[in-house]
Design a protein around this ligand. Structure first.
Ligand code: COA
Ligand code: AMP
Length: 635
């Protein structure tokens, strides 16, 4: 089938407002918006101002009213605990309404914030939707973050309540969440008035009188009382959620997503980009703590009337590298979305694809990969093993949906390995040099997006407009800076090569090396430090730390290295995965004192490197290479 992509993209360019007005028919509005786009308000304008809507209504109630009451909306499949639970749209509505009633009873109202710190259980989805129902703003914090990271987010979002659970399940251990939650509240200046806690059977926890509420008991009471909670109309431009993402310092950025534009964009993407029809089963094997989880586990499939799968487990080890195929076969998944790292992990354990042959995965039509660069080898392996198109797409927490894609629903374009496809409607991509000049096709440079950003992108940072402007909009006037370096080829395909800031992508998880450096620097024996991202065959990238010990440090370097790694685990979380720190005599710096991290990374990855002209003392690189060689790292 020939692709309609070029025609659709040209239509958008010709009339962006009429394009999005057409897409907005996919959403049920309580009151019609005044204008499709209003420039001059907010940081770069607002989408659908004047309209009122409710995201929970669109994701749940309208499907119940329109004949999907008995269709399965949510499948919770826990490969770790061996549990499968299914909820129809009618049951989903009951669960969400009851939890919304609990939230309302403790005083949560439209515009209040609620932090959600949960493992991958169905209640996490209910929690997000219950907030949306009330017009409250949720902020989901990934379960792999430690108490201090949670505390930072509590202080920034100032939630009235927190919804959490007694524990999370990792393949090798049960993680008690409650001590992390209590620890975070102790550390935070802001104190939420209530915590609603799901007691999981694997590990229960103590509840604090007057503050903590047993989730199951409170929900059961509201169900018994048949408390009805209507979907509260919110302005299209009101925030649906805040999602904190790594920035260039330890202070995370609170990405603010609106209600109206977000729904319009996600609904459009399901059909046109992912080629999924309402009623079909879609599975994003991610985590609700990340943007892929927000958009493609929860909101997009439900707004579209699909069945979504919430998977608690890992691609390997729960129990084996066949678990993904079991889920596809058992639930009839038609589209799977995950990070390339998951496929590298599977391929590592099952290179011949023996596990795949044990299951009937004939329902699967496509595999979508995002979150990090998809290496051509992994894509080709997956294509061969699965026999379906493997579609790389590029986006960021900030954009909430793909910037570039290969839009299957419009008709697939030829695949170019190493490219996450072409710009989706809403995005005009330019490649600029550091001085802001456009570069010829095929030249590497800063990837920027022409303003205004399309519906569904972040509106701003939570209560920090100027930080948003400064971080993204000031450097290249008229454009949003993605902080990705890449190129566009002569056919309009985009290639994303690297980040231009301190962000690294570890197993598809976005982390800041600057935040890790802040932790290392807190150790009393560390005089100076640097953290860089180095290549890893499975995780894509992993952090590698360097410390220079203070003159007063008298203990063994190995002891201090272990201590700083433990500090990162305790303060940022296990997800930071800092497993190697090496002690060196000094850091390579320019004459003006800037640490030459780029060259350190090239040495560690055994890439070709040039001596930076500005380096203070070139011998330092030999010292680093020697230390890494002696430790058997990289080179
Ligand atoms: N709660 C608590 N701890 C968590 C956690 C959570 N929700 N998620 C991860 N962790 C811990 C892990 O247990 C691990 O701890 P360890 O150092 O004690 O082993 C650490 O954080 C690192 O986790 P992870 O990066 O997931 O590595 P892994 O070795 O456990 O698994 C993969 C590697 C590739 C299998 C896994 O990362 C994966 O499935 N990735 C899929 C991609 C994905 O989900 N991307 C999200 C964006 S699309
Ligand atoms: P996150 O906000 O966690 O989604 O991470 C966003 C970053 O991940 C982007 O800025 C890119 O650096 C990287 N990324 C995401 N998807 C891709 C992709 N398909 N190809 C290359 N890099 C990607």
């Amino acid at each position: 089938m020939a692709s309609d992509y070029h025609e659709i993209y040209a239509n958008w360019k010709l009339g962006p407002e009429s394009f999005w007005a057409e897409a907005a028919h996919g959403v049920d509005w309580f009151t019609q918006y005044d204008r499709v786009f209003e420039p001059g308000v907010g940081v770069y304008g607002h989408w659908f101002p004047g309209g009122t809507c409710n995201t929970c209504y669109n994701a749940v109630d309208r499907h119940v009213e329109a004949g999907r009451a008995d269709q399965i909306a949510l499948i919770y499949d826990s490969a770790i605990s061996g549990t499968v639970q299914k909820f129809t749209y009618a049951q989903l509505k009951d669960e969400v309404t009851a939890l919304a009633a609990v939230l309302r009873r403790i005083g949560v109202r439209k515009g209040d914030r609620v932090v959600i710190y949960m493992p991958m259980i169905a209640e996490a989805v209910f929690a997000m939707l219950a907030c949306a129902r009330l017009g409250a703003i949720h902020s989901v914090v990934f379960g792999g973050f430690a108490a201090r990271e949670l505390a930072t987010r509590i202080d920034d979002a100032q939630p009235k309540a927190i919804i959490s659970a007694s524990c999370g399940l990792e393949p090798n251990r049960t993680i008690a969440y409650k001590p992390l939650l209590d620890g975070a509240i102790d550390l935070a200046r802001h104190k939420p008035s209530h915590c609603i806690v799901v007691q999981r059977e694997q590990l229960s926890c103590d509840l604090i009188d007057d503050r903590d509420i047993d989730y199951a008991k409170a929900v059961a009471q509201e169900k018994a009382a048949r408390t009805d909670i209507e979907c509260v109309p919110v302005a299209s431009t009101d925030p649906l959620y805040i999602l904190y993402t790594s920035g260039t310092t330890g202070q995370p950025k609170g990405v603010v997503r609106d209600n109206g534009g977000h729904m319009v964009r996600l609904k459009w993407s399901m059909q046109n980009e992912f080629g999924i029809k309402p009623g079909e089963v879609f599975w994003a094997a991610s985590d609700v703590g990340w943007v892929v989880g927000h958009s493609y586990i929860v909101y997009a499939p439900l707004v579209h009337g699909c069945t979504t799968v919430l998977f608690e487990g890992k691609p390997v080890g729960t129990p084996d590298a066949g678990t993904f195929w079991r889920v596809i076969a058992e639930h009839g998944v038609v589209g799977l979305f995950t990070a390339p790292t998951a496929f590298r992990a599977i391929r590592g354990q099952d290179p011949a694809g023996d596990h795949i042959r044990k299951y009937d995965i004939s329902t699967l039509r496509a595999l979508f990969l995002a979150g990090e660069r998809a290496d051509p080898q992994t894509i080709k392996w997956a294509e061969k093993q699965l026999g379906v198109p493997v579609i790389d797409n590029w986006w960021q927490t900030e954009t909430g949906a793909p910037i570039t894609h290969n839009p299957l629903g419009l008709g697939a374009l030829p695949i170019k390995y190493g490219s996450p496809g072409v710009p989706m409607p809403g995005y005009e991509i330019r490649i600029l040099d550091d001085a802001g000049h456009e570069t010829p096709p095929g030249t590497l440079g800063n990837v920027v997006l022409k303003l205004p950003l399309p519906p569904g992108c972040l509106q701003t940072f939570w209560r920090a407009d100027s930080r948003f402007r400064q971080a993204y909009l000031d450097e290249f006037p008229g454009y949003y800076k993605t902080s990705d370096a890449g190129l566009v080829d002569g056919d309009g395909y985009v290639f994303i090569m690297a980040r231009t800031d301190d962000i690294i992508n570890v197993a598809g998880h976005r982390l800041s090396t600057g935040a890790m450096e802040e932790v290392l620097a807190e150790h009393p024996d560390v005089a100076e430090c640097a953290v860089i991202g180095v290549a890893d065959a499975m995780k894509g990238q992993i952090p590698l730390g360097f410390v220079v010990l203070s003159a007063a440090a008298s203990r063994d370097a190995a002891v201090i290295e272990n201590e700083v790694m433990q500090m990162v685990r305790d303060r940022i979380g296990a997800v930071a995965a800092l497993k190697t720190v090496v002690t060196i005599k000094r850091l390579p710096k320019t004459r003006s004192g800037k640490i030459l991290r780029g060259t350190m990374q090239k040495i560690a990855d055994d890439e070709e490197w040039k001596l930076p002209a500005t380096v203070d003392d070139p011998a330092v690189f030999d010292e680093i290479a020697e230390t890494l060689r002696a430790r058997g790292i990289g080179i």
